[in-house]
Design a protein. Sequence first.
Length: 108
Amino acid sequence: MLILTTQTIEGKNIDKYLGFVTGDSLLGANLYKDMFSGVRDVVGGRTSKYEEELLNARKVALESMKEKARKKGANAIIGTRLAYHNLGGTMGNTIMVTVFGTAVSYQE
């Protein structure tokens, strides 16, 4: 599945616009406890455990979006955007990763 941030596919004609697709993933509050529990994960001011968890959350969100696009008959997603949301309050320190775009069909 081709995933692009652009609104077009260079050198290709889009046959059908199949609609808006999204994918979401949540990072729980325990991540924050783990992240600050020890200095061993901090190298050069970056927390490897936190980056790993964000990477996994992005992968889950992307896979969810791709699956929804496949069900619509798409072979690409254009105009893709990625957003992070802090869901404080009753959700604690939960971070939601959201990815969204337009599912399309094009001739490969």
